[in-house]
Design a protein around this ligand. Structure first.
Ligand code: PRX
Length: 632
């Protein structure tokens, strides 16, 4: 069994041990898994390359550790519990035995369509159990899954499929989300029209009674493919450093990049962190409300919990459907013990009133988690008081797509928890704050840039198809360190609070977006000449999107133009990237070298244009007054 820290003393000594001798510490954790062959080296690394290899030479299949390994001890225990969008529909559940059988059938189906080890398969599906099954089926046969959040547009989907050169897309016919019905297969059809030349097969899971267009050449029903297969499928032997998945995420420049995670280290770290961060105990019901389209869903709905033999819940719907009590009703109904959500959901539900959580029995809750963005003090206290009744530890977990697992968090019931502080590093995580020159800030009570100076098993290995980009983005800012892109402060006792991104990445409702990506989308509008996008504080979303646009004014109605810009962003990226505010401007403040001064735009967008600093050196200082006067 994976080691579980049980006291403050234990945390301190475990942390110390993990730092003094990381190799023996992680080898000890890795021993708890089933390996087909043991590793030759625990760790070989060089951040300059970067080249990071954990458990090199080790052979395994992660699904044997998620599924087969549990069959004797907990084969009849529920592995995945699924709560549907419509509360009157039936709950579905899969025991470990049933899940293994379904995964094997799906894996055999993929093989019958020619998918082999190393092939990329894109999954574009809503939160139905078949998504988790498809993820595991890919891993079973060594195919590399790349889950694309089902809210992304056809263009965004095609971009990801093309970058990964995926051979197959697995999707649903339609998606039930709150009161909405979303035509998922149609988006895939549109993506196939604009790109996706590498795709030979589209497998469609029938989720609703909705109609779909059909092309016999490529389309294949999931039930026709999967139901006839054998429920036994030998697990492909993978090297610890073989690719497990690609997950696209936004950065400050260019198109989203494919973050690559590998089999062995990811397995060891997600299981270890799941058990410790959530203090999961045998028989607990664990619920993470994230979507499997994001890293949180990968690590803490699918892999971490299943590796640990947990019961993990998946929810198809949204927090406010049919009403703002849904989350709390589900907690009562399924007697949820660990609940993990995002600050944006907490803020949205807080705004709906205290009467909603008050209606339900939340007494089974033992841990309340937060992830994805900074949690503000008000939301933290509401979560603590109204959901936890002042009695349930809150864990503010900081991590990233690239880190694969939680890096900073209080351990519930073990370390203290201070509102808005992600607090303490997990064992093996050598976090540090540096100044802009890369000097480590060793004293407490300071503010700096958040870096990690030693490898941990679930760190990214590369960005798919472009290793140089990985080096430039994460390993070149400060020598010998992984740079997170976040700014942070350390309090007088050394607890860490993550303040937010210091690069051109914004975090809207916990969704990470590159300002350049949104600008590129806006610039597709025929009447837009140039644009600049910044984040601004938003009560519910954390950050909202503020776009400044220069237009050719060749349109009749400003209202239609603004709507047109929003539509173009929805089309290029997805509705989640739609600007909240669009200001038409005659110019953008630029330096003499032509660089947009985002600092000024951010200040104006935040409603605090009182002190813009020295603007006299700008190429066009006059435009600042105009922008300020017309700010939205
Ligand atoms: O800015 C940090 C913020 O989310 C970024 C990572 O986004 P993503 O890769 O989409 O992963 C989100 C889920 C793990 C980080 O660089 N972030 C995440 N968690 C926190 C946070 N900011 C403050 N506090 C957190 N707990």
């Amino acid at each position: 069994m994976t080691y579980q820290i049980s006291s403050l003393e234990d945390y301190k000594s475990t942390y110390k041990r993990s730092i003094e001798n990381p190799e023996s510490f992680w080898a000890e954790q890795a021993e708890h898994f089933d390996w087909k062959k043991k590793w030759d080296n625990v760790l070989q690394w060089d951040f300059d390359g970067p080249s990071i290899k954990w458990f090199e030479g080790g052979k395994l299949n992660i699904t044997e550790n998620c599924l087969d390994r549990h069959i004797d001890t907990r084969g009849d225990q529920v592995a995945i519990l699924w709560e549907p969008n419509n509360e009157d529909d039936a709950v579905r559940s899969y025991t470990y035995k049933e899940l293994l059988a379904e995964v094997c059938k799906c894996a055999n189906g993929l093989k019958s369509l020619g998918i082999e080890k190393g092939d990329r398969v894109v999954l574009y599906m809503p939160m139905v159990p078949e998504l988790a099954i498809a993820v595991l089926a890919c891993a079973r046969i060594g195919a590399v899954h790349s889950v694309v959040f089902a809210g992304f547009s056809a263009q965004a989907l095609a971009d990801r499929v093309d970058d990964a050169q995926a051979k197959m897309i697995i999707c649903s016919d339609h998606n039930n989300r709150g009161a909405k019905n979303i035509a998922v297969k149609q988006v895939v059809d549109d993506a196939m029209d604009i790109g996706c030349n590498s795709v030979n097969h589209v497998v469609v899971h029938k989720n609703t009674d909705g109609d779909v267009n059909w092309s016999d050449d490529v389309d294949q029903w999931w039930h026709e493919l999967v139901d006839v297969q054998s429920d036994q499928c030998e697990a492909e032997e993978m090297d610890a450093e073989d690719m497990l998945f690609i997950l696209y995420t936004s950065g400050s420049t260019g198109k989203p990049k494919g973050v690559v995670h590998t089999c062995g280290g990811y397995m060891v770290y997600t299981c270890f962190s799941f058990k410790n961060v959530f203090q999961y105990k045998e028989g607990d019901i664990y619920w993470c409300t994230a979507d499997i389209g994001w890293i949180t869903g990968h690590s803490y709905i699918v892999y971490g919990p299943l590796l640990a033999g947990a019961t993990t819940m998946m929810f198809e719907g949204v927090p406010t459907y049919p009403d703002a009590g849904r989350f709390w009703k589900i907690c009562e109904k399924h007697k949820v013990n660990q609940f993990y959500t995002a600050p944006t959901a907490i803020r949205a539900l807080m705004a709906c009133g205290d009467e909603w959580p008050a209606k339900y029995d939340l007494s089974d809750l033992k841990v309340l988690g937060s992830v994805g963005e900074p949690i503000n003090e008000e939301a933290w206290h509401w979560y603590d008081q109204k959901i936890g009744k002042g009695n349930v530890p809150i864990i503010d977990t900081w991590w990233q797509t690239e880190t694969g697992g939680v890096m900073l968090t209080p351990l519930p019931g073990i370390t203290d928890a201070k509102p808005t502080y992600a607090s303490y590093p997990m064992p093996g995580v050598q976090i540090c704050l540096v100044d802009p020159d890369g000097n480590e800030l060793l004293e407490n009570n300071c503010e700096g840039l958040l870096c990690i100076k030693f490898p941990w098993p679930s760190m990214l290995r590369t960005t798919y198809g472009d290793h140089q980009r990985c080096k430039m983005t994460y390993f070149s800012t400060f020598e010998g360190m992984y740079f997170t892109g976040d700014g942070a402060r350390k309090d007088e006792d050394g607890r860490i609070r993550v303040i937010g991104r210091v690069d051109d990445v914004i975090n809207v409702s916990g969704h990470r977006m590159g300002t350049a990506e949104v600008e590129n989308a806006i610039n597709e509008h025929p009447n837009v000449i140039e644009s600049a996008v910044v984040g601004y504080p938003h009560d519910i979303k954390g950050q909202g999107i503020y776009a400044y646009v220069i237009t050719d004014e060749a349109f009749d109605s400003v209202g239609d133009f603004i709507q047109g810009v929003k539509d173009v962003v929805s089309r290029e990226i997805g509705p989640i990237a739609k600007p909240d505010k669009i200001q038409i401007v005659s110019g953008l403040p630029k330096t003499r070298s032509g660089k947009i001064m985002r600092r000024i735009l951010r200040k104006i967008a935040s409603g605090d244009a009182s002190n813009l600093g020295d603007i006299s050196t700008l190429l066009n200082p006059d435009v600042v007054k105009e922008i300020k006067d017309n700010a939205l």
